[in-house]
Design a protein around this ligand. Sequence first.
Ligand code: SAH
Length: 464
Amino acid sequence: MKYFPIFWAMGGRTVLVSGGGSMAVAKLRLLMKTEASVIVFATRAGKDIQVWADEGRLRLIARTLRASDLKEAALIYAANDAAEDNERAAALAQAEGTPVNIVDNLEASDFITPAIVDRAPVTIAIGTEGAAPVLARAIKADIEERLPTNLGLLARAGKVFRPLAKRLISGRKHREFWAEYYSETGPRTVETEGVEALPVALDALLTRHVNAEAAPGRVDLVGAGPGDPDLLTLKARKALDKADVVIHDQLVAPEILELARREATIIEAGKQGYGASISQEKINALMIAHARSGAHIVRLKSGDPAVFGRLDEEIEALAAAGIDWQIIPGITAASAAIAQIGQSFTRRGRNASIRFITGHDMKGFAEHDWRTLSRTGEVAAIYMGKRGARFLQGRLLMNNASPDTPITIVENASRPQARIRVTTLRGLPGSVADLTGPAIILLGISSRHAALAPRHEVQMDRAL
Ligand code: SAH
């Protein structure tokens, strides 16, 4: 983040604008919405500015800016049509240490003005660090459409009511009260009875929430999917939106954690693969303790929680403690991997079943039905298979698998840094040796690499 968005108090402050042309007009339209006093310096000012000056909405001084003008200024906009005038104004501001924005000159500016969605006191600022103004405008249009026009009004009424809402003691009750006000009670009241009815409606809503019994804590065991936030289910998103506590595995992508409610406590538990860096008992104890305090917990696991996720142990602990739980499934890494290479797990005439197997378990390399896996046409997705690649190869060859059995490895499936390696059973150990990210080994399947090559890094094993 090259620019940090903040909201700067404008009451009682002065903002200077150097320039009287169209550039200045565009900034003035925004500045006049604030509580700041606005002074425009321009030897020639456009008609709009003249009118605003006559209406007393700004002061117009018909000369260029001088150093002595800057004494009381909080901010200055260099918004002249000519670049040399902006340079002069900016030099004065910089000499005085006043933050300056030079219109159309991002590099030399101290601050930039975002695109703004105005539902004051709700204000949304959209910035792209100058990279994509068109995108900023498109996002603005999208948000404008989505937010009710009377949102500002609801927020102002809500603000007045805030001290009274302190009667709700727990953070959770607070949230539930305000969520119901903004999503239902508020809009409905304004629509049917008008703004004047809001205080009474808020009062009734508060009484109902104060008297409501606190909901008991509970745990959602949620699949975070393979990494791409778009592959999260809607149900998972909703759970993240409401959670008080998020306990996640290390493999869960940071972009997904970003979707958690901002006030949520985020706890990282466990490292890649099977061995947990904080013990399973500790994770269970953590969930139970938070749930007993009435929290809504999201236990976030990569992929699908029911695939190599030690789900049963957690469920059994929760059930024994009498805590409510539910499973929210996710897209497992194997599904993301097979999609990444444009293939299907099953195919008529080739295989009528698939296996999800693990390369190793807590005891070491995992044993499987190698005889079946070694047959031509068998398909398996191997999780946590990197370390055991040589063992896997040995077991399969021992059971008469062909060394030419196709193998595709997908590292970081669904993530921007995804890599695909196409090899055979012969080349398997060599192909995984340098991989550092999570990887799925697909046995018996080759990539439709030719079609995918332009989009993904596909590496063919030279031994092929
Ligand atoms: N519950 C998870 C699996 C957890 S075990 C799921 O359903 O996907 C961890 C293993 O999953 C990793 O060692 C790796 O083999 C695999 N994995 C997880 N995310 C992956 C990804 N984005 N790309 C490839 N493999 C992944």
